[in-house]
Design a protein around this ligand. Structure first.
Ligand SMILES: NC(=O)C1=CN([C@@H]2O[C@H](COP(=O)(O)OP(=O)(O)OC[C@H]3O[C@@H](n4cnc5c(N)ncnc54)[C@H](OP(=O)(O)O)[C@@H]3O)[C@@H](O)[C@H]2O)C=CC1
Ligand SMILES: O=C(O)C1=N[C@H](C(=O)O)C[C@H](O)C1
Length: 246
């Protein structure tokens, strides 16, 4: 049977591409909503919903997914801990694929970041994450930058909350701490998405960079996740599961 995909955020930068990629994948675009749309009707009409809206809406859509029994593919960034907890709660009832970045290269970047962090002692190598996005982006650091930070912390056997974040340095700051991960966010023009993870030691630097040139890479990944999610047991997944890297 043809998969019916609903798109929340269809009027946005990602929305049109998600529509095109869903149709190209052989699915039927069951409907789409912007801020004035009826989310409940969208979930009712769809086998799976892809949500690229914002943090506030993500929480409501996660609750609707659980209530309607429909899988959710969630790409929105900037979620608070409480909003992420609401998403995790929904994933007890339905499969939820929640990924900071649906580009396959970024999924690999997370794995590499974890391995590098495990190999490079934090007393010698300071980890800094620099990201740049288009001037319209409203959240910082990006969801991908935070996920990269989490991967580094994991590689060091800790959580990001434990190692701490140093972001927005300005003015007469104290010297850099040993252990915290540094974050810097650049905004300008129409940059689709760039992330660099840098490990800086006294006598050497090593860096990993990912650049997206076309946001279609995210749409293709999210549609792939939607096809994959249908039929999975309820759980919180991310792109590594979809790509078989989990
Ligand atoms: N995980 C990933 O790989 C990626 C994640 N993102 C994230 O996806 C999100 C969207 O990005 P982008 O498309 O650039 O943003 P846009 O601002 O271009 O689009 C936002 C969309 O959300 C809709 N929206 C806003 N409020 C609501 C609401 N209450 N109910 C339903 N829809 C609503 C808007 O509708 P309206 O037009 O009516 O305002 C619009 O369609 C961001 O959080 C971004 O960071 C982006 C790219 C990749
Ligand atoms: O808002 C964007 O554009 C993007 N958001 C995601 C993020 O916050 O990491 C993914 C990608 O970088 C594009």
């Amino acid at each position: 049977m043809t998969l019916r995909i609903g798109i929340a955020g269809i009027t946005g930068r990602m929305g049109q591409l998600l529509s095109e990629e869903a149709a190209a994948s052989g699915a039927l675009v069951a409907g789409g909503i912007g801020r004035s749309g009826d989310a409940e009707a969208l979930f009712a009409a769809s086998d799976v919903v892809i949500d690229f809206t914002n943090a506030l809406t993500a929480e409501r859509h996660a609750e609707l997914a659980a209530r309607s029994g429909k899988p959710l593919v969630l790409g929105s960034s900037g979620l608070s801990a409480a909003q992420e907890a609401a998403v995790a709660e929904a994933a007890r009832t339905v499969p939820v694929v929640y990924a900071a970045n649906f580009a396959p290269g970024v999924t690999l970047l997370f794995a590499l970041a974890e391995r590098m962090a495990a190999a490079l002692p934090p007393e010698q190598y300071d980890a800094e994450i620099v990201e740049m996005h288009h001037r319209q982006k409203v959240d910082a650091p990006s969801g991908t930058a935070i996920a990269l930070g989490r991967a580094v912390a994991r590689g060091r056997g800790q959580t990001l909350e434990e190692v701490g974040m140093e972001s927005g340095r300005n003015g007469h700051t104290a010297p850099r701490g040993t252990g915290p991960i540094g974050f810097a966010a650049l905004r300008g023009g129409q940059v689709v998405g760039e992330h660099t993870l840098l490990f800086a030691a006294g006598s050497e630097h090593i860096a990993l960079t990912h650049r997206s040139f076309d946001r279609r890479v995210y749409a293709t990944g999210a549609v792939r996740a939607a096809h994959w999610a249908v039929g999975q047991p309820p759980a919180l997944y991310d792109m590594k599961h979809v790509l078989g890297m989990g």
